[in-house]
Design a protein around this ligand. Structure first.
Ligand SMILES: [Zn+2]
Length: 325
């Protein structure tokens, strides 16, 4: 790879105005090497980071907290229609990713919470379908390959099967409108009428997606525990992955959300807790960071991150549990 223009970071919020010459390969190797050393070679632990002040700032936020992967929103969580993503901002984001040595497979944008691709209400379904296309287009512009979202809810008005049909329909529609980005379904806690608490529900969505190379799953540990998968039991992590492999297929697993759970096993409540401070407990997370089936995928924190135990501390803790260094 030849020399390229890159921006040098002066401090966390500032970019030096003049461009400096650097060799992409040199910079990337150095960063990637450091990251690999930190993470016991194949574990990519990171966190959900903010995009305030510019989407490219997410990259540095992740680096500052010692993360090797990150999640981010692609726009405001409050509005259905958002201003188009600025081309210059998207380029800056891609530059920062290259500079810091991030592989796009370790960046997991999170879908808008407004979306319900399984909604029985036509207007909400239409808006959700359009937003899904918009978000995948944003991923393309940012050079990203994955997009994670909550499948949807029947609101108790339609059956789970009908809801599954709608979700798969929205995914198929979005795949037609956009190139390449992989839609990653998140498992749910089984709260209310949400679909995706059971692995079998995720599989029934996947079965209806026409291009199965463009669909995957993100396993949220808090949601799984709240849905009744007992990660806290001895060997619970392995058992859950075995079951996932049987019911869905491990090749669909693209990411994990690392969250402890405020609620008890099977409570169906979506209440995230800091790592080791909830009902899942630290030994399950030790098993996770030492589980070879979770190599090379983003492992993303979405915990409260209370003062004194923020993301940086939780990332450090998780890496300290890696036995293979
Ligand atoms: Zn999650």
């Amino acid at each position: 790879m030849g020399p390229r223009k890159a921006r040098k970071r002066k401090n966390k919020d500032d970019l030096v105005e003049e461009d400096i010459e650097c060799t992409e390969k040199e910079v990337d190797d150095e960063r990637v090497d450091k990251r690999r050393k930190d993470c016991g070679i194949k574990k990519y632990v990171g966190a959900h980071v903010g995009i305030q002040g510019g989407i490219w700032k997410a990259v540095d936020s992740c680096v500052e907290m010692g993360g090797s992967s990150f999640a981010l929103f692609l726009g405001s969580q409050r509005s259905w229609k958002r201003p188009a993503l600025d081309q210059a901002a998207a380029e800056k984001f891609q530059e920062q990713c290259a500079l810091q040595g991030f592989d796009t497979a370790h960046i997991l944008p999170h879908g808008s919470y407004l979306m319900n691709c399984g909604s029985p209400k036509n207007d909400v379904f239409e808006k959700s379908q359009a937003l899904l296309v918009d978000e995948l287009s944003r991923c393309t512009l940012l050079g990203l390959s994955l997009y994670n979202f909550h499948p949807g809810s029947s609101l108790g008005i339609i059956t789970t099967e009908q809801c599954v049909d709608k979700i798969a329909g929205a995914i198929n529609h979005a795949h037609q409108q956009t190139p390449t980005v992989i839609t990653v379904l998140e498992n749910m806690s089984g709260q209310g009428s949400t679909v995706g608490g059971k692995f079998s529900e995720l599989k029934s969505i996947i079965d209806k997606v026409r291009d199965q190379t463009r669909v995957g799953v993100c396993l949220d540990t808090c949601h799984a525990f709240a849905a009744g998968y007992d990660l806290a039991a001895e060997g619970g992590v392995k058992a859950m992955l075995d079951q996932f492999d049987q019911e869905v297929g491990l090749h669909y697993l693209r990411a994990v959300h690392l969250n402890d759970s405020k609620g008890k096993l099977g409570c169906n409540l979506d209440r995230h807790e800091d790592i080791g401070k909830g009902n899942i407990g630290i030994s399950a997370f030790r098993d996770i960071v030492n589980e070879p089936r979770l190599d090379n995928i983003p492992l993303i924190l979405e915990t409260p991150g209370r003062p004194g135990f923020e993301y940086a501390e939780q990332i450090k803790l998780l890496y300290s549990l890696c036995e293979e260094k």
